[in-house]
Design a protein around this ligand. Structure first.
Ligand code: PMP
Length: 445
């Protein structure tokens, strides 16, 4: 049989082999290190893709998972909740931005974004504004690979072969001061200009037709790390409120402590209507994501159809919840948010000292333990390298050979060039490990 529902053993094998494409096998992990089949050790300088916040084989997380799996791995949510899912939900709501009263569990980042888009849409149906059909998102953003998440994502080349996508999205400029802020502008003026562009997009669509503005609070997987300029998100929030538009912040990558506050939006002084989290939530120990929802949406569901019309088989999986709960408890118990700030400053200082004057480093930017390095052919003109050289991929391979993992990005920014490296080391790293990471990265660059 040759259909996708009946893939033969052989076909599955071929697909798997293609995916693997000659990569080395990882056989173990220990703290901030991954271990290859040949015994080689790699410092996990990107936490995978900003996932492994507690590193590998953390004893408390393993113990919590073992205890849960011995008791109960899975019960379908149409029959049961579990104690561990309730505890995790309580913990996430207790630490959520003010007014965010509910949590909805999913299995990863794309599912979280997908659920948030649907919640936003259902909200306006419930309150009698079904004409709202449009989303606005940003260029140079990544929100996942399911169709809805892909539609809001900002890379035209990623969307191209899947057109027409299922929802209507207008894309506006992200915060990218290194490339887009005019020399005559202050950061605040630059932020105002961006919000002005958003305002124009809203006016063109008609504010009463827009569901939500979707943005990563701190941009991650497309163009190095993109940190917002001061006041930008506050102005975005005010603009959305003026038009009754929801604000969806995607913190799948930058959230759960990565930037030094539990939620990155805390540092911006804004509360979104919907907040997506994943990656660091389960710290890589289990696939889990979640959407935090403002009570305003939940109230509308209650007064309307009574239910969010969505669901997945594995939502609230007990072992995934046990892992995520343990990750959150360790972060709180060990004061790791403070540690992210301290170690993050150290990482920044090391990066600036070692690479600040490098002829091929155009920009170093980030927050907490979430840093991006942008490579350029020429610092004065900010000219990128020829994308055909695929320097980011070569850098990744060279860095691996030197025993560090750094996450490369390039050649994909809205069809433009650009080579970037993302650093997102585990929160449990030592200063010596940060030194090792930076020293090897400098050699690779
Ligand atoms: N949103 C953001 C901001 C992300 O960085 C990612 C993953 N890189 C996703 C969504 C999608 O998450 P996942 O790969 O778990 O589906």
């Amino acid at each position: 049989m040759n259909t996708l529902t009946h893939v033969s053993q052989e076909d599955t094998h071929i697909l798997h082999r293609q995916l693997r494409s000659g990569l080395p096998l990882a056989v173990g992990g220990e703290g901030a290190w991954l271990i290859g089949a040949d015994g080689k050790r790699y410092l996990d300088g990107s936490g995978g893709a900003a996932v492994s916040c507690l590193g590998h084989a953390h004893p408390d997380v393993l113990a919590a998972m073992h205890a849960q799996i011995d008791r109960l791995a899975y019960a379908h949510t149409s029959f049961f909740s579990t104690e561990v899912a309730e505890q995790l939900a309580d913990q996430l709501v207790a630490t959520a931005p003010e007014g965010m009263s509910h949590v909805y569990f999913v299995s990863g980042g794309s599912e979280a974004v997908e659920a948030a888009l649907k919640m936003a849409r259902q909200y306006f149906v419930e309150i009698g504004q079904p004409q709202r059909q449009h989303f606005i998102a940003r260029r140079q953003s990544y929100h996942g690979n399911t169709l809805g998440a892909l539609a809001v994502g900002g890379n035209a080349w990623r969307r191209a072969q899947f057109q027409p996508l299922l929802i209507d999205v207008t894309h506006v400029a992200p915060c990218y001061p290194y490339r887009d802020q005019a020399p005559t502008e202050t950061p605040e003026q630059y932020g105002q200009r961006l919000v002005g562009e958003l305002s124009q997009a809203i006016d063109q669509l008609g504010g009463e037709n827009v569901i939500a503005f979707v943005a990563e609070t701190v941009g991650g997987a497309t163009a190095g790390v993109l940190t917002p300029v001061p006041g930008y998100f506050k102005a975005v929030r005010e603009l959305c409120d003026r038009h009754g538009i929801l604000l969806i912040l995607d913190e799948v990558m930058c959230g759960m402590g990565r930037t030094g506050t539990l939620h990155a939006c805390e540092a911006e002084g804004v509360v979104p209507d919907l907040l997506t989290i994943a990656k660091g939530l389960g710290g890589g120990y289990q696939p889990i994501g979640a959407v935090l929802a403002h009570h305003r949406l939940v109230d509308a569901f209650r007064q309307g159809s009574g239910l969010f019309q969505h669901g997945h088989t594995y939502l609230g999986h007990a072992v995934a919840c046990a892992a995520a709960l343990a990750v959150q408890q360790v972060i709180a118990r060990d004061g790791l948010l403070d540690r992210v700030q301290v170690l993050g400053s150290y990482l920044e200082q090391r990066l600036r000292a070692e690479l600040g004057q490098h002829p091929h480093v155009g920009d170093i930017r980030g927050r907490g333990l979430f840093w991006g390095v942008e490579l350029v052919a020429d610092r004065d003109t900010k000219q990128w390298f020829d994308p055909a050289r695929k320097l980011h991929a070569k850098l990744k391979a060279d860095a691996m050979a030197r025993g560090i993992l750094v996450y490369p990005m390039g050649g994909t920014v809205d069809g433009q060039a650009g080579d970037h490296v993302l650093l997102a080391p585990p929160f449990i790293c030592s200063e010596a490990e940060i030194d090792f990471l930076v020293a090897r990265l400098v050699e690779s660059i």
